[in-house]
Design a protein around this ligand. Structure first.
Ligand code: VAH
Length: 309
């Protein structure tokens, strides 16, 4: 059985449904700090879990006899930068509690890292799997610390921890909250509503991105990969594409010719974006467990606009 924390978030809400499709509804326990009327919360087992409460998290894991814990609950980059102490306590306290629950129950473990784990001194183009990770954001400090802590639990306690450094994720089911890459989600909603969007990220700012279906497949494929083949664990670079705002606007114009892109740069999120790579190298994920992305910018744009009709 699989327990997901942050199951009502941007990734969690779609991951819960996908895992229920694959492994059976009753085998996937969705948990979050609050409930709602979404399909993830109502289509199968759901428990209220505040990840800063390790006692309850362990009780829920034992009650359902889980053998896999997928820890998704966290604050994203912009929110973390606005509340750094709260971000440390939630992101690192929650992760420690989830790793401890995995250690106590013997469960397999997944938590996402991010391209946010890289910083200004990291090579920006074809960013290697093994490289300098000195991020200048609280979110990045949380992600690098999380990778180190997850590797520690593997080496020290034998917990089967695995992770992915996700790029910006684009989706239409549960809009993200508090990210830096979220402009690439908002632009599609605004294009449908107003045929225009004002980007808080400047022209020419390249960032790695991925469509949600590819992200969900990557989690399942990594978790099912043969552990003997894994030279890395926390966490694998994965990406599908890299683009800057003008490129996504040009793709949208193939469907909405009158679409207009304007700019009103947010200095905080721009500085976060500027500290991240332009395009990372995902060859370790391809070699060690066959990572492959199916959606490029053209295919993602077509699907997003169709789904938002
Ligand atoms: C964020 N969407 O913007 C997340 C992600 C790589 C970006 O970590 O914070």
């Amino acid at each position: 059985k699989i327990m997901i924390t942050g199951a009502l978030g941007q990734i969690g809400s779609e991951l819960t449904l996908k895992l229920r499709e694959i492994y059976g509804t009753d085998h996937v326990i969705a948990t979050d700090i609050r409930s709602n009327d979404s399909e993830a919360a109502t289509s199968g087992p759901f428990e209220m879990v505040d990840v800063t409460d390790g006692k309850t998290m362990l009780e829920v894991a034992k009650k359902h006899q889980v053998d896999s814990i997928i820890h998704m609950a966290a604050l994203l980059s912009a929110t973390a930068e606005a509340n750094p102490v709260f971000a440390w306590n939630l992101n690192m306290g929650g992760l420690m509690n989830a790793l401890e629950a995995a250690r106590e129950t013997g469960a397999q473990f997944f938590t996402p890292s991010s391209i946010g784990a890289f910083g200004p001194s990291t090579p920006k183009d074809l960013t290697p799997q093994d490289t300098i990770c000195r991020p200048t954001t609280m979110y990045g400090v949380n992600k690098v610390s999380g990778e180190l802590l997850s590797d520690y639990y593997y080496h020290k306690f034998g917990v089967d921890t695995r992770g992915l450094r996700f790029p910006g994720l684009v989706s239409y089911v549960t809009p993200p909250g508090g990210g830096t890459t979220d402009y690439a989600v908002e632009i599609y909603y605004e294009a449908m509503k107003n045929k225009a969007y004002t980007s808080y990220i400047a022209k020419g700012t390249y960032m790695d991105m991925m469509y949600m279906p590819d992200a969900l497949n990557a989690i399942v494929n990594l978790m099912e990969a043969d552990p003997a083949k894994l030279l890395h664990r926390n966490s694998f670079n994965v990406t599908a594409m890299s683009f800057e705002p003008e490129q996504i606007a040009a793709e949208i114009r193939k469907h909405i010719p009158e679409f207009v892109l304007m700019y009103d740069v947010d200095p905080v999120r721009q500085s976060i974006a500027d500290s991240w790579p332009n395009a990372i190298d995902a060859s370790a994920a391809k070699e060690e467990w066959g990572f492959k992305a199916e959606y490029d910018l053209a295919r993602m744009t077509e699907d997003m606009l169709n789904k938002l009709k």
